[in-house]
Design a protein around this ligand. Structure first.
Ligand code: FES
Ligand SMILES: [Fe+2]
Length: 418
């Protein structure tokens, strides 16, 4: 059995592994600074971030229904390691490093449908979908001493599902995903997301660091200027925090408005939602790489894959609820186009952000506690991974308190499906 100590690379100490590097982040939110430019543009920071953050976190690699078809397998790269995800003959999720145990050849190039066996293209060693080595053509007959196939199964990787997501973690030290996301599982229980299905997926190549995309998603300060149309539906004054203990940053728009633009409500809502969920939009950044927009009638998920300091691949998927899996094309197109417009506006502004941060001379600015508190929380999660803290942040005391001038949420989530 491979342990994460063998999978993980030793990361040398650097200035980013010391608390001194994060002084502006560690200050209370009313005094905190934004991150330094190096966190977005520097190759050495990026390499360390891959190890310190992406190799030690529960990273989303897809939607659960990507493995619905029998024998289906997907290939994803996390922190530089290629990983195969599939289901075994009993339907249980399995994850392996994508390298043959004979001489290391990459087993699968891309997503595919497997038979019962994963075959290496080089000398045809075969592994079942539990990773057990089951075929070594001509190997034993050719003469070899002390060879036990059970010693040469595929190296396992921790995999799990959480809500509608497939997640993997390269480290054995990280707590289970149920602890990682804290109370969010309970918060989202009313939506029953595990029953929702993907309707459409589109991929975007973005010229910015992954954190700029996540930070931009987390704050509603930019809404009036960057998204004049979205602000009619998700009004600035209707934003509240939606943030308990767990590795996520969240806000809610309660209520969503449809006085000026009702097109987000073109499709009927999911059946069985409580009052708060039915009236609200939930906007949650899962640490590190998912941006989840939950509306009563659809979900839009963006999954981020850092490619380079200034390049991120974003996979956007629209999901529909089980009570409403087939919708009129025109109604879905209205919702899709709404998000494509919003996403296009966000991509343009984060790419401008990357240009500014890359141009040299930027020193960290200040954060607005009212609008940008989630960024402070996010930056501290990042700092924790770099400095080796395993802390999972606490949340707000309750959802109905006034926070930093946003007032009292008129219809808070109360921990039950009301
Ligand atoms: S490297 Fe895979 S069978 Fe030889
Ligand atoms: Fe935005």
């Amino acid at each position: 059995m491979t342990t994460s100590t063998e999978i993980l690379h030793a990361v040398p100490e650097s200035r980013w592994t010391t608390e001194e590097a994060w002084v502006g982040t560690r200050r209370p939110v009313h005094e905190a600074h934004a991150l330094p430019a190096d966190c977005y543009v520097d190759d050495a920071f990026f390499a360390q971030e891959q190890e310190r953050v992406f190799a030690t976190s529960w990273v989303c690699v897809g939607l659960h229904d990507e493995l619905d078809a029998p024998g289906s397998a997907i290939v994803r790269t996390v922190a530089g390691r290629s990983v195969i995800l599939t289901r075994n003959a009993d339907g249980q999720l399995r994850g392996f490093l994508n390298a043959c145990r004979h001489r290391g050849t990459q087993l699968l190039e891309d997503d595919c449908t497997l038979g019962s066996t994963i075959r290496c293209p080089y000398h045809r060693w075969g592994y079942d979908r539990d990773g057990t080595l089951v075929a070594t053509p001509k190997f034993a007959e050719a003469g070899v001493d002390g060879f036990d196939p059970t010693d040469y199964g595929l190296h396992p990787v921790r995999v799990d599902t959480w809500q509608c997501f497939l997640v993997i973690c390269l480290s054995d030290e990280t707590p289970p995903v149920s602890e990682w996301f804290g109370d969010l599982d309970a918060r989202l229980a009313g939506y029953r997301l595990a029953d929702w299905r993907s309707h459409l997926t589109e991929t975007f190549e973005i010229g910015s660091n992954w954190k700029l995309i996540s930070e931009n998603f987390q704050e509603y300060y930019h809404l009036p200027w960057v998204h004049p149309e979205l602000s009619k539906v998700s009004r600035v004054q209707d934003h509240y925090r939606y943030q308990g203990a767990g590795m996520y940053c969240g806000q809610t728009t309660t209520p969503m408005s449809n006085d000026e633009r009702g097109d987000w409500a073109a499709m009927p809502p999911a059946e069985g939602l409580g009052h708060s969920d039915l009236a609200s939009g939930r906007f949650i950044a899962l640490f590190p790489n998912v941006l989840l927009s939950l509306l009563p009638n659809h979900v839009f998920v963006m999954r981020l894959e850092p490619i380079a300091p200034g390049v991120t691949r974003e996979t956007g998927t629209w999901l529909l609820p089980p009570s409403n899996p087939h919708v009129a094309d025109a109604d879905f197109a209205t919702t899709r186009d709404f998000w494509l417009d919003v996403n296009g506006e966000d991509i343009e502004i984060v790419q401008r952000g990357q240009k500014g941060l890359s141009s040299g001379g930027y020193t960290p600015g200040r954060l607005s506690p009212r609008f940008e508190e989630p960024l402070h929380r996010f930056h501290n999660m990042l700092a924790d991974r770099f400095t080796g803290s395993t802390r999972i942040p606490d949340g707000d005391e309750s959802d109905d308190q006034p926070l930093y001038g946003t007032g009292v949420n008129p219809l808070p989530w109360r921990g039950v499906d009301v």
